[in-house]
Design a protein around this ligand. Structure first.
Ligand SMILES: Cc1cc2nc3c(=O)[nH]c(=O)nc-3n(C[C@H](O)[C@H](O)[C@H](O)COP(=O)(O)O)c2cc1C
Length: 176
């Protein structure tokens, strides 16, 4: 499929079937993320694929922030925990000069590669940023240098939602 078509058709999925996802499809999604560009090619992303039901339920019950109930999240047969692993020069020193958090840019690109490939494989996905990273880190016993930045749910969609509205090109881009 044309990449622009894929980009336009992907929507966040908040209603999943219970069916497990074959491992080779999950691997394809991770492979797409692996090829993302990153500042200084540091590849500061790490992915924890949570298939275990109890762990998924605990993430949903204990690690979301309050005020935005997401009961649909525990239906998803896979939750990917998108983590950062920062390097001293690119992710601590360079931002002191530029003010730009390169690792977050990199993780965003990698995560979007992942969800676009998921869409191509017939899977639904949703980013979940309303999380408590420290609680996830503790629950999953992540090493000290790995920090959760977002979750991405994956699963076969029960229903496809319509794309949300977007700002018009002339509202977001300027040609000088
Ligand atoms: C970084 C990020 C964090 C997000 N966090 C949440 C979230 O916590 N809960 C949720 O339901 N959707 C979340 N979303 C999904 C957005 O609401 C969704 O992408 C946006 O409304 C556009 O809709 P679409 O993905 O269907 O095109 C998040 C998306 C991104 C990119």
């Amino acid at each position: 499929m044309d990449i622009l078509e894929t980009i336009k058709k992907r929507t966040s999925c908040r209603c999943y079937q219970e069916n497990a996802i074959p491992d080779d499809l999950i691997e394809r999604c991770l492979e797409a993320a692996r090829w993302a560009p990153s500042a200084c090619n540091q590849q500061p992303w790490r992915f924890i694929v949570v298939k275990d039901r109890e762990l998924r339920e605990r993430i949903c019950a204990e690690c979301f922030l309050p005020g935005l109930p997401m009961p649909w999240a525990k239906q998803a047969p896979v939750i990917i925990v998108l983590c950062s692993k920062k390097s001293v020069v690119t992710h601590f020193l360079a931002p002191l000069l530029s003010g730009i958090n390169y690792h977050l840019l990199d993780l965003g690109i990698a995560g979007e590669h992942l969800v676009l490939e998921a869409y191509e494989q017939g899977l639904g996905s949703c980013w979940i940023g309303w999380i408590q990273p420290r609680k996830i880190k503790k629950l999953l016993k992540l090493p000290f240098d790995m920090t959760p930045v977002s979750l991405i749910t994956l699963g076969y969609p029960q229903q496809i939602s319509q794309p949300g509205k977007r700002l018009e090109l002339n509202e977001i881009a300027k040609i000088l």
